[in-house]
Design a protein around this ligand. Structure first.
Ligand code: NAP
Length: 296
């Protein structure tokens, strides 16, 4: 793509996505709240802007990859933010995981200034972002989705267009609610295997050959067995998504007892200090809750 592309937010995912875009020849300008993170992209050909507004001024399409709803809102509405420069002919694509209300507020503000908006949260990890293998859940202005499709093809292996704004956010929360619930239950299975004097590795082998085979569980299972949790998919983010999905369940009057129980385990792991570790560290909370149950 010849046009200038902007990217706001160089955390785990934004950094990996920027590297992937640069590897494919994108004309990329980046901004991050902590400016020092931009420096490492300069040697790969990125330009650096001093504010989010300056990125939007320079670029036809600006992507955001920010931690949570408050960060996504702040980068748009605060001083030197996106709204100061967005206008007709420019597109804003928010790939952060947020709730549908946050996405709608951003969409309305961008649209009121004449810009086009897409939400496009992703399923995947740093590794998949580096390899251009994300799954992208887009919703919003269809024309922008079509114009930006070549960017999605670089960053992802599959992009879905889900209709109006909010649908991408809801789908992403639903996927992460399922992932968190399954992972917490899986952690109990690993612990039960250990307590039943089964080799926990043998559950992974058995699962790998059956209908429940799943690459995520295999990787996270090894982390749990070895109590070794990297920080690629931080538990704090999974907890944010569990909370947002429970709020969605509440709004839609769906009973989510299983997800609520899983959420409790993630809350406990966060209290235990595992928020910055991979979300498979929920296993530490499951172990701790089991010890406490024995004591009681
Ligand atoms: P991260 O490493 O925590 O990075 C968060 C980014 O948001 C950083 O650039 C941070 O800036 C910025 N930020 C936070 N608060 C801000 C504020 N108030 N104003 C401006 N910038 C702010 O997060 P990540 O892992 O890249 O994840 C980004 C999004 O993708 C999240 O919504 C997450 O749920 C989602 N996601 C993550 C993964 C994953 O595996 N990590 C996978 C799929 C989806 P500083 O550098 O200054 O702190």
């Amino acid at each position: 793509m010849e046009e200038e592309i902007g990217l706001l937010g160089l955390g785990i995912m934004g950094m990996a996505m920027s590297r992937t875009l640069l590897r494919h020849g994108a004309n990329l300008t980046v901004w991050n709240r902590t400016p020092s993170k931009c420096e490492q992209l300069v040697e790969y050909g990125a330009s650096v802007a001093e504010t989010a507004a300056a990125v939007v001024k320079k670029c036809k399409y600006t992507i955001a990859m920010l931690s949570d709803p408050s960060a996504a809102l702040s980068v748009v509405f605060d001083k030197d933010g996106v709204l100061e420069q967005i206008c007709k002919g420019k597109g804003y694509i928010d790939m952060s995981t947020v709730d549908a209300d946050t996405s709608s507020k951003i969409s309305e503000a961008i649209t009121s200034k004449g810009g086009s908006f897409l939400e496009a949260p992703v399923s995947g990890s740093r590794k998949l972002a580096q390899d251009g293998e994300l799954v992208i859940l887009a919703a919003g202005v269809k024309a922008l989705y079509e114009e930006a499709h070549c960017l999605f093809d670089i960053m992802g292996k599959k992009t879905f267009f889900l209709g109006h704004v909010g649908n991408g956010a809801k789908m992403k929360l639903l996927v992460n609610m399922l992932m968190g619930s399954v992972l917490a239950a899986f952690s109990e299975g690993v612990l039960l295997a250990e307590k039943s004097e089964l080799d926990p590795q043998s559950i992974l082998n058995a699962l790998d050959r059956g209908g429940f085979a799943n690459p995520l569980l295999l990787t996270k299972g090894i982390s749990m067995i070895e109590s070794c949790y990297s920080h690629a998919c931080p538990l704090e983010q999974q907890l944010k998504d569990m909370r947002l999905s429970l709020a969605l369940g509440n709004e839609k009057a769906v009973s989510m007892e299983v997800a609520a129980a899983a959420n409790d385990a993630f809350e406990e792991a966060s209290i235990m200090g595992f928020g910055g570790y991979d979300f498979s560290a929920v296993h530490e909370a499951v172990k701790d809750l089991s010890i406490r149950r024995r004591i009681d």
